[in-house]
Design a protein around this ligand. Structure first.
Ligand code: ADP
Length: 558
């Protein structure tokens, strides 16, 4: 259980929930069956009572007939005289009047005096002496007999004078029996009256087939001594039971369907709302594939939030990675920078110290002394340039570099640079051309004179340093409220992929063909910072082998 994942746990919970509901339904079903059985028993009892009452009613007619005929002076006389005609007109008439099938009269010695039957009833003299004995004692007999024609209901009574209606005060003079055949016609009639299906079964017969929704009752028809002669089977369709069963079935099917539908619904809901997004979350955690995030963002509820968190996390990881790479790169650059710096400082220092040592020689010609002093001055300037660069970059990084805006004549700056670099370009036999976009009186701009000057010096210095041949053109022109400066050379050019990074700290294009002229890698970084401080931007357009053109703009508020 501990190792099960959430998906399986949810599925298990849904299934257990379904099983519990199923058990509840089965309990309900069990009690429903119990209730149905109780209801059927009650209905059977009620039905049995109804049927027995009906049978008793039917029997009552014949009981009354035998009772009415057997306290009658005329009958007493005729039992003694044995007048056939009287029997025919008074006793045989019972058959016609009461739909009986057989009548007979016995004397007290159990000799049959008269008997008659309906046309479809052939049996004669079938009453056993035990029945006659019983009648002698009890005065009335009410039982059933099995005959070839079928089961008959037999009613008998002892015959007494009119003055003895209770049949107890006088001795019987004979016995009268009336029999009714319970054949198909009678049973059909009974069925019709009762509204139930009635069948006569043999005494030991049992119900072979019962129909659903039918209530059945078996009633034994007993002989004079209590033994069953045959059985009556009553059956009737019960609307109540059928409605109850139908209702139970509908409820059961509805409940089962509801379990299945609920299970499927929960299955699909949890699949789409919980299991699928959860799977995505685990996949994201394992594979860290950002392409999975959009799918998670489409998931409902809190998963959208988790998706956003992943997005943030992945971004942070990316940023961290980038920052780490940058830090490593910076570290590498710093090391290179330090090595460079050491070299850059040591070279002019060696120059200064070496030539100072040579100057101590008193035999040196005046010309040599001047030459050595020039070298020492040049080396000192280079050293100063490097140290200034270092001071500037530290000030920029510390946020201490201020902008000092003054009215600046940019034509003067151009002229200054032109004259400043004249000797240098001459040295390399290069041509230096300057171009001024405005007349002297219009070339006055509110800006930081020193910074514009420093940027231009750096760009022209680089142009000479990285060309050492061809022409260098520099100048400016006014464009859309900006002064756009340019410095163009015909030197080595810069590879496309380096054109942006050269403005970053310590970056120098590797494999420079002018190794000897390598600097600190800070010039363009300082220039960029200066231009941005002045509210402008700096960029380069270059084609390797053909030359470069650096541009920078400053706002012009003249
Ligand atoms: P450095 O002291 O190395 O000159 P910079 O920041 O001034 O530092 O320049 C950065 C790098 O950009 C240089 O090392 C060089 O490779 C390249 N670069 C600058 N200007 C030019 C140019 N005019 N032509 C070709 N390469 C240049």
């Amino acid at each position: 259980m501990k190792n099960l994942n959430v998906n399986t746990r949810i599925l298990l919970a849904i299934t257990i929930n379904g099983l519990i509901t199923l058990i509840l339904i089965l309990i309900i079903l069990f009690y429903k069956n119990k209730q149905e059985k109780l209801m059927t028993t009650l209905m059977q009892e009620q039905f049995k009572n109804e049927m027995i009452t009906l049978l008793n009613l039917k029997q009552e007619t014949y009981k009354e007939v035998v009772y009415d005929y057997t306290y009658w002076d005329e009958f007493v006389v005729n039992v003694k005289n044995g007048d056939e005609e009287w029997y025919q007109s008074n006793i045989s008439s019972i058959i016609g009047s009461f739909h009986a099938n057989y009548v007979c009269v016995y004397d007290t010695s159990f000799n049959i005096l008269y008997e008659d039957g309906s046309s479809d009833f052939r049996s004669r003299n079938f009453i056993a002496s035990e029945v006659l004995m019983a009648l002698k004692e009890k005065k009335f007999v009410d039982c059933f007999l099995a005959l070839p024609e079928g089961t008959i209901a037999l009613n008998g009574a002892s015959i007494h004078p009119t003055s003895d209606p209770t049949h107890t005060k006088t001795q019987p003079v004979g016995y009268l029996f009336v029999a009714r055949l319970w054949g198909d016609t009678f049973i059909d009639k009974l069925s019709h009256i009762s509204g139930a299906n009635i069948q006569i079964l043999p005494p030991n017969g049992s119900i072979i087939e019962t129909y659903p929704n039918y209530i059945t009752v078996i009633h034994p028809l007993r002989s004079w001594n209590g033994y069953p002669v045959s059985q009556l089977l009553f059956s009737k369709e019960s609307r109540t039971i059928s409605v109850f069963r139908q209702m139970s079935l509908v409820i059961f099917i509805t409940l089962m369907l509801s379990i299945i539908i609920t299970w499927l619904l929960l299955y699909f809901i949890t699949k789409h709302w919980v299991r699928k997004p959860l799977k995505l979350v685990s996949e994201l955690l394992i594979t860290e594939k950002p392409e999975l995030i959009p799918e998670l963002l489409r998931a409902p509820g809190e998963f959208k939030l988790i998706g956003n968190l992943f997005k943030l996390l992945f971004k942070q990881n990316r940023d961290l990675q980038e920052a780490k790479e940058k830090a490593e790169e910076n570290e590498k650059l710093k090391t290179t920078f330090l090595a460079n710096m050491a070299h850059e400082i040591r070279t002019p220092m060696n120059g200064i110290l070496g030539f100072s040592e040579l100057l101590k020689n008193r035999n040196l010609s005046k010309q040599k002394q001047e030459e050595f002093l020039n070298i020492i001055e040049d080396s000192g300037n280079k050293l100063l340039y490097i140290i200034n660069n270092l001071i500037d970059i530290s000030k920029i990084e510390a946020g201490q570099m201020k902008v000092n805006t003054v009215k600046t004549n940019i034509n003067e700056i151009i002229d200054y640079i032109y004259y400043f670099f004249g000797p240098e370009t001459e040295k390399y036999k290069m041509q230096l051309i300057c171009s001024k976009g405005l007349a002297d009186n219009q070339a006055i701009v509110d800006t930081d004179h020193d910074k514009v000057n420093a940027v231009l010096i750096n760009l022209v210095n680089n142009a000479i340093k990285y060309s050492q041949r061809g022409t260098i053109t520099f100048g400016y022109q006014k464009k859309n409220g900006f002064i756009e400066f340019f410095v163009k050379d015909e030197g080595q050019g810069i590879e496309k992929n380096m054109q942006e990074s050269i403005f970053e700290r310590f970056i120098q294009v590797e494999k420079s063909i002018f190794k000897a002229n390598e600097g600190s890698g800070l010039g363009l970084t300082i220039s960029k910072s200066y231009v941005e401080m002045l509210g402008g931007k700096i960029w380069v357009e270059s084609e390797p082998g053909k030359g470069s053109q650096f541009f920078f703009s400053i706002p012009c508020q003249s």
